[in-house]
Design a protein around this ligand. Sequence first.
Ligand code: KG4
Ligand code: ZN
Length: 391
Amino acid sequence: MITLGIETSCDETALALIETRGKESGTEVRVINSLVHSQADLHAPYGGVFPTLAKREHGKNLVPLLEKILVDTEKLGSSNFDQVISSFESELKASNPDLFESISNAEFLKVIPKIDRIAVTQGPGLEPALWVGINFSKILSKLWNVPLIPVNHMEGHILGSLLESDANKGQWQKLYELKAPSIALLISGGHTEIIKINSIGNYEILGQTKDDAVGEAFDKTARLLGLPYPGGRALSELAEKARQEGIVPTIKLPRPMINSGDLNFSFSGLKTAVLYTTKKIGQLSESIKKEIALEFENAVTETMESKVRKAIEETSAKSLFVGGGVSANISLRKKFKQIAEEYGIPIYLPTLHISGDNALMIALVGALHGEPSKIPPTLKASGTMRLAEIS
Ligand code: KG4
Ligand code: ZN
């Protein structure tokens, strides 16, 4: 079965094509291609993702990416291109002119490629951005007469870690075996959640942030240190330099909610503590910046460590998943590996490509989904969609 994944929840326009065979834990996957077009540079001057700009860019980028990803697919015949496009005209021309224009000129869509299903991110994310992918997927589903599977982006960040390799034109690979119950830690720019996985598609949120997401705290702290947006990675590189130079932080930052007795997080106080610290110091030297970066990363790592240990113990977890953009952080990865080893359980960490936003994880969730319902779903962008809330 060949699945096309579509992801437009934030500032990455992404498409992926995978082939799967077998079912559930026995599923084997072959990555055909996974393309990500990042808009990060365009949003950087705004210090965050600007939704209207993200929407316009997705509208412009999706069709060229699709043409590229379909190049080597087997072709099945002609599509009802003119008829389908005109049936979407009244709905799309005004609401999404960039997408409509680009799709109306896409000659390659007059031929049907061999694709069996389409998986699209329904939420959570920025609604104007999500709608672009959803509208695009609806047109393709009609053009190619294939079912459409709505996917929760966060489920993508979990199950994406079951892939050992993201190599394009890759070999057949068996997914890692999901040993349940399992604990998943989702850490990104918009989320910080601890989830209990009972089985694929059956999740319970055990804890989450009460305010800022951990990636947001990384980005805001990076900004206070004068690093460009999104600063998570640059901040962690600074912390790593400090570690290598043997710097021992004298500046102390809080470990918010570390003793709260539950599995929730809070990061806004940590960011405020950095703000006060930097204000008090005034001019920040390079070595002070390194020291703050290291202390900040230590505070995040220690908080995460304590919650993850608690979650593993309380649920007798048999495996640990980590996903989301912040899971690219080297120091956190090291710590989670050490924890899993201590408890004697496997850890599933995403590859670098899968830790950021991508459509490979969306295609995978779509492929692992059971038979699509006979009645096509009414897709609607859901900015705050929770796990297990597919409608
Ligand atoms: O999952 P993601 O690509 O987008 C969503 O938020 O959904 O995550 C992006 C977040 C940003 O806050 C970014 O600064 C952070 O992940 N990030 C990192 C690292 N690489 C990316 N944070 C800490 N250390 C890193 N190496
Ligand atoms: Zn994400």
